[in-house]
Write a protein that binds this ligand. Structure first.
Ligand SMILES: NC(=O)c1ccc[n+]([C@@H]2O[C@H](COP(=O)([O-])OP(=O)(O)OC[C@H]3O[C@@H](n4cnc5c(N)ncnc54)[C@H](OP(=O)(O)O)[C@@H]3O)[C@@H](O)[C@H]2O)c1
Length: 268
């Protein structure tokens, strides 16, 4: 039987291990699954996405079912000035962050490079690359001050291997890959860890967004094969960030078993 002093000790230990985790793209898919995983571990969360109704629902659910502190913010990470202003306003909160998960991102369309409108390039590059940069830049000074912090960037196999009609999305993820490597070099010696997770096909809202809400097209992406789930990736993120502080998992590429490369998928 646990004695009262033993219980108090355990509670103190649990509190000491409570961290603040900031997740962008928390309203859906990998970001949302990661929020659920960390909440189940009792961690406090800062959740970011643009859809306020989703943030409110997740906030209510996780506070109630897991009893964790959740700070939801509707913020467009591609608006650098908004990210800067938001960070200025919430410095006391950001100072407590131990892990930043940059999951906000998207692909728009699936067509040859010459068929894209400039507005579509801008959206992908502004969110996937500049959004990740804007948020990370705000957190690094606190991580440096604390001599502790972990940056987890969602790259993609699309950043490692080109595929037809992938062009701008592939380029944006190749930029994430290179930025992640450079961050690791620039931050070496600070105690800050930097990890890139590069998944293959994960069934989330990703394809629905890519095909502008066409669910038939989106569903056909995963037809006859078993894709990864958002929780498969969330579990990996939790694993990477829970290694001892002297261990930095630099990069992980994760495919579904049915997928051998971006273009080679076994459909049964
Ligand atoms: N699914 C895959 O097959 C796959 C494979 C490799 C890599 N990835 C990468 O994994 C990450 C997560 O994707 P997912 O599969 O989870 O897709 P998802 O279900 O569509 O989730 C994307 C998330 O990003 C948020 N987001 C998009 N633009 C934003 C902006 N401007 N500001 C703030 N939040 C924004 C969305 O929320 P709001 O719409 O509410 O803003 C949503 O929460 C992305 O970086 C994606 O490129 C996905």
């Amino acid at each position: 039987m646990t004695t009262l002093p033993g219980f108090v000790q355990a509670l103190k230990h649990a509190k000491a291990n409570t961290s603040m985790i900031l997740i962008t793209g928390a309203t859906s898919g990998i970001g949302e699954a990661t929020a659920r995983r960390f909440a189940a571990m009792g961690q406090s969360l800062i959740l970011i996405g643009r859809r306020e109704d989703r943030l409110d629902a997740l906030h209510a659910e996780l506070s109630k079912t897991q009893g964790v502190k959740v700070h939801p913010f509707s913020l467009d990470v591609s608006q650098t000035a908004s990210v800067q202003n938001w960070a200025k306003e919430h410095g006391a909160l950001l100072k407590q962050v131990k892990i930043l998960v940059n999951s906000a991102g998207l692909a728009l369309g699936f067509k040859p490079v010459q068929d894209y409108e400039a507005k579509e390039w801008d959206t992908m590059l502004d969110i996937n690359v500049k959004g990740l940069l804007a948020m990370t830049r705000e957190l690094i000074p606190y991580f440096k001050e604390n001599r502790d912090g972990h940056i987890v960037n969602l790259g993609s196999t699309a950043g490692h291997y080109a595929y037809p009609n992938g062009n701008i999305y592939c380029a944006s993820k190749a930029a994430v890959r290179m930025l992640t490597e450079c961050m690791r070099l620039d931050l070496n010696g600070t105690g800050i860890r930097v990890t890139e997770i590069s998944p293959g096909m994960v069934e989330t809202e990703f394809s629905k967004v890519r095909f502008s809400g066409d669910t038939k097209k989106a569903d056909s992406v995963y037809a006859g094969m078993t894709p990864l789930t958002a929780d498969d990736i969330a579990e990996t993120i939790v694993w990477c960030t829970s290694r001892p502080r002297h261990v930095n998992v630099q990069e992980l590429i994760i495919y579904p078993t049915d997928q051998a490369s971006p273009t080679l998928v076994k459909r049964h």
